[in-house]
Design a protein around this ligand. Structure first.
Ligand code: NAD
Ligand code: WQD
Length: 363
């Protein structure tokens, strides 16, 4: 563990020491809490557990060997409750994960998606402004690029969101950029993740989608463990080498490392900067199934079915900007992503259901 000095916002070498993590019990947020605790940060979590369980934070603390400073069960849209958190803690920076993220659900329930994702972000900005907290790392998404030509996408690629979820992220980015223009001390790093997958190498934290997984890696993991019969590969007629769609899969540990490095750079340039967080390497659906098969030693039966509506042939990051800016890039390969996801799946065949509940979810 590294020690942090406190942050006064004046020196170029200061980095924030107390970080508020919204959505800290979620898939990426929980791994981020471990990463921040491991690096000496004081971590405060807010989460309403709408898509997670409080048990996760017990595991975070077990891995890190340290306690989360405080945990608040609240909806980020609850302005009074959120403001009280900022009253109680001297927050140096916020990492904002809390959002609804299912693309399909967003097309059926667009208003709740805008309410949580956009309304939640403006509620957070209100509390930050009232408490003069000026540093934010925002969870954005490659999904805002939408339908593209297929080559590696850099950050200048125009946003063309094709569903309410992706549009909510694009709206948040526009709001944040505008707020930065009018609140000159405000510093925002918006990280557009590609496809975060995998799990903490301990097997204690991972992705627990609940119900039938929408996403590829948790679905394959459930096939490997015997919960589902076979993988349905959505589309075998894409213009790709094996006919299946290509994505840029990124280990969740690399994803959260990017946030920790981002916190180190929150002082560099006032205003907002946007970075892709991806590996720059594309893998097809069949590549992922093969890698998972070799990491788990289990065959992954599959059948090729129709394309999933709204899917595109290829989404791969040009990940050069973040490397040029911070000298950072992801290091974990597809095999490691599958190995760690498999480890979590084996240790938690039913996800977090049934694990010990955190004794006290409020401070
Ligand atoms: P997740 O659903 O596992 O975590 C989100 C967390 O936010 C959950 O713990 C949930 O309970 C909490 N939450 C939701 N609404 C809330 C509210 N109103 N108030 C308080 N807490 C609330 O999702 P994740 O995969 O960890 O994603 C984290 C962030 O990263 C999201 O903003 C998501 O849009 C973004 N993102 C995810 C991916 C991905 O593939 N997982 C890719 C790109 C971007
Ligand atoms: C990957 C590939 C599917 C399941 C999603 C969100 C995006 C971002 C990342 C949040 C696709 C195929 C999947 C299955 C399959 N999240 N597939 N069988 O769609 O690239 O991106 O997560 O910001 O916004 O849309 O990820 O894991 O759902 O799919 O063949 O059972 O696997 O068609 O080609 P996606 P995914």
């Amino acid at each position: 563990m590294h020690n942090r000095t406190s942050y006064d916002g004046t020196g170029a070498n200061d980095t924030p020491s107390t970080v508020l993590v919204t959505g800290g019990a979620g898939f990426i947020g929980s791994h981020a809490c471990v990463e921040l605790l491991d690096h000496g940060y004081e971590v405060i979590v807010v989460d309403d557990y709408s898509h997670s369980s409080p048990q996760v934070l017990t595991r975070v603390e077990r891995i890190a060997g340290r306690f989360v400073g405080a945990v608040y069960e609240l909806d980020i849209r609850d302005r009074r409750a959120l403001s009280a958190v900022f009253d109680r803690h001297s927050v140096d920076a916020v990492v904002h994960f809390a959002a609804h993220k299912a693309v399909g659900a967003s097309t059926r329930m667009p208003v709740p998606y805008y309410d949580v994702n956009v309304g939640g972000t403006t509620a957070l900005l209100t509390a930050m402004h009232e408490h003069n907290v000026r540093r934010l790392v925002f969870s954005s998404s490659c999904s805002l690029y939408g339908e593209t030509g297929g080559g590696p996408l850099d950050e200048s690629t125009p946003a063309r969101p094709t569903n309410p979820y992706a549009r909510s992220k694009w709206l948040c980015e526009q709001i944040l950029a505008d707020v930065c223009r009018h609140w000159p001390e405000f510093v925002v790093l918006s990280l557009r993740y590609f496809n975060p997958v995998g799990a903490h190498p301990s097997g204690l934290l991972g992705e627990d989608p609940g119900g039938t997984p929408d996403n590829l890696m948790p679905y394959i993991a459930q096939v490997a463990v015997g919960r589902r019969e076979r993988l349905q590969v959505f589309g075998g007629d894409y213009p790709t080498p094996d006919g299946t769609a290509i994505r840029d899969y990124l280990h969740v540990m690399d994803t959260v490392e990017a946030h920790r490095v981002a916190l180190d750079h929150l002082n560099d340039t006032p205003g907002m900067q946007v970075f892709n967080i991806g590996t720059g390497t594309g893998s097809s659906v069949l590549d992922v199934a093969a890698a998972f098969g070799s990491a788990s030693g289990r065959a992954i039966p599959y059948e090729i079915v129709d394309r999933r509506p709204g899917d595109v042939a290829a989404l791969v990051a040009d990940a050069g900007a973040v490397e040029r800016a911070w000298g950072w890039r992801p290091t974990r390969d597809l095999f490691t992503m599958c190995r760690d996801a498999w480890h979590f799946q084996q240790l938690n065949p039913r996800g977090y259901a049934g694990s010990a509940r955190r004794p006290n979810t409020k401070e």
